[in-house]
Design a protein around this ligand. Sequence first.
Ligand code: IMP
Length: 437
Amino acid sequence: MIKAIVGAQWGDEGKGRIVDALAQDASLVVRYQGGNNAGHTVVVNGNSIKLHLLPSGVVSQKRSLIASGVVIDPRVLVKELDAFEARGQPIPPHLLGIDFRAHVIMPWHAAIDIAKEGSKGNAKIGTTGRGIGPVYEAKAARTGIRFEHLVNKALLEKKINDVYPIEQKILNQVYDCHDLLPTAGQILAEYSLLGEKLAKYECDASIEVANAVAEGKNVLFEGAQGIMLDNNFGTYPFVTSSQPVAAGGAASVGIGPQYVVQIEGVAKAYTTRVGSGPFPTELPDKELAHKLREKGAEYGTTTGRPRRVGWLDLTVLRLAARLNGLTGIHLTKLDVLGGFENLKIADTVSVDGKTFDYYPTHEKYFDKLAPNYVELQGFPDLSAGEWAGVVLDGREKGFSALPRQACEYVKKIEELLKVPIVSVSIGAERKQLVWRR
Ligand code: IMP
């Protein structure tokens, strides 16, 4: 049985901690798209582990795969593996597999990403600068370098020699950027060494997942980013270059979509976004926004950028429910909303005399969407100890032990959305998760 975990907003919903919790019952965890633009955080016994490329399953020593749709910066991946080794938890090949088809982020991809953004002025997307757009462009243009090439020095040399002069020309002549890249020879020397280090992880994720399904094992698909950043369905062009939508998981892994039988979305109890683009429920009140940002530690895991913050937007979650076929939602960071006098939830948005209960992503509406809010009473700001007491009470009791208004907030979302909320998180630690179903 395959369960997919997807971001239901603009990324940074807390997917890492949910995948970590669900991984305890899984045999295989498969990351299916994006690259090191993502930052998944898992907190275990006070230690915060930040992952950019490794699937969150590695934290609990579950076999974890990086599927074909992921783009890999081998410098970052090797650093992440080294960090695990330094913590006394090396990752041997039986715990990690990298699909031979996954594409590799090369130095020119990141350089072009940064140069392109720099040339756009106010129209910039606010990318993470990690080369994500250019590497997916190269993949579609058939000029990409795959993991199978990285681990084969002769093929790598050929690929680098084919594309390097063109990429160098683009940097020099289109973006007027000079001396940004090492020479082709230097890149080959560095990347063939990285390839040597990573070669032992090469696998075919499609076959492995098919075998696991045939043996009746539980497989978890781990999405990155979120539906509003999906290249097809998000707020285009302010999106990423991959498909976080759950169906993208089956396509990336190489398995029939009918095997993905449960699809759960992860949503923050409020909304955040990094980078440019529309955000109807963004808090206009700077003081309130500051309070929420600081309380929720809303700074990017990958770039450290302050996140834009706002109220929960159900039109976003309805879109996520439809596009993914959500069977449940994990609501994260509910505790962060403690201490706000009133809480708002956008139920619908209005634009040009029309009202939508889902987020209409047409660019013509970008700056005009007006949220229609439902207002609820806030709940007290409990201490960490008080929140901890709630969880110790166990499953159902745990939920009813939450402050009354916090329960009402969750039930209201469920009532309006008509998607069950399967868990609520009230702290970053593994155990601070209240299961409802
Ligand atoms: P790119 O994926 O680096 O090209 O960035 C495109 C847009 O997606 C930018 O607005 C980024 O801030 C955003 N983005 C990319 N990855 C993440 C993520 O993991 N969390 C939140 N936003 C992201």
